[in-house]
Design a protein around this ligand. Structure first.
Ligand code: SF4
Ligand code: SF4
Ligand code: FES
Length: 219
């Protein structure tokens, strides 16, 4: 089988053509060199930066999705977790700004978009956040695996993925509360009908009069 020489965290290993950096590490008995979770591109644990065989920085990637290439150099780039801000019902740009004041520090450099392994238009979405287009933002971040690379490369300390998740959670919480409210309303209506339709005709008449006056049932 054809192999290529790669370097990971300063260690040289032989890798099989067609395998990913993570599989190359496993086969070489060096799994500990890069943190790994799902090995399928969904958990965001295996963040790396890559230098091309020509010595140029190629940018960021996920080691479990990145195929090996002769002469490439890979550097683990673990991203620390960030503090979460609790979601808000009926979110808007003001609430988002209050939760993440760094929103306005974005200088539109585009690094976050280049760094994203999921091809999310991160910078455009940050601009949509500023404009209050939060439904579109929620769509933008549907595929976000929370790897944190957009935050890692942002020199202005903006946290696009945290804001995107906040928007998604806030919109989700609002819908859940609406649903619960609808459920509660329909249960209450059911009880009112039961109350008004039970008993003799005199009882029903008295209940109807009382209900019209107070707006409440008296079970
Ligand atoms: S990396 Fe930071 S400053 Fe640059 S576009 Fe993204 S959020 Fe804005
Ligand atoms: S938006 Fe940020 S955290 Fe989400 S996948 Fe892209 S780089 Fe990773
Ligand atoms: S190990 Fe989960 S994304 Fe790479």
């Amino acid at each position: 089988m054809k192999t290529v020489a790669i370097k990971v965290a300063g260690e040289s290993i032989q890798a099989r053509v067609g395998e990913t950096v993570i599989h190359a590490l496993w086969n070489a008995g060096k799994a500990e060199l890069i943190k790994t979770g799902c090995a399928g591109g969904v958990c965001g644990a295996c963040t790396i930066t890559v230098r091309s065989p020509e010595g140029k920085m190629k940018g960021t990637d996920l080691a479990c999705m990145c195929p090996v290439e002769e002469g490439m150099e890979v550097f683990p780039c673990p991203v620390d977790s960030a503090l979460t801000v609790a979601p808000e019902i009926n979110p808007n740009e003001e609430k988002l700004r209050k939760a993440y004041p760094k929103l306005d520090r974005c200088t539109k450099c585009g690094s976050c978009t280049s760094a994203c392994p999921m091809s999310i238009p991160v910078m455009d979405s940050v601009l949509r956040m500023r404009a209050g287009q939060l439904d579109e933002v929620a769509d933008d971040f549907t595929n976000c695996i929370h790897c944190g690379l957009c935050r890692f490369v942002c020199e202005d300390g903006v946290e696009p993925h945290m804001m995107g998740m906040w928007v998604r959670r806030s919109i989700g919480s609002s819908a859940e509360i609406e649903e619960k409210k609808k459920d509660k309303d329909s249960r209450e209506i059911e009880l009112e009908w039961q109350y008004l339709l039970e008993g003799s005709s005199t009882d029903r008449m008295n209940k109807a009069l009382q209900f019209r006056k107070s707006g409440k049932i008296q079970p």
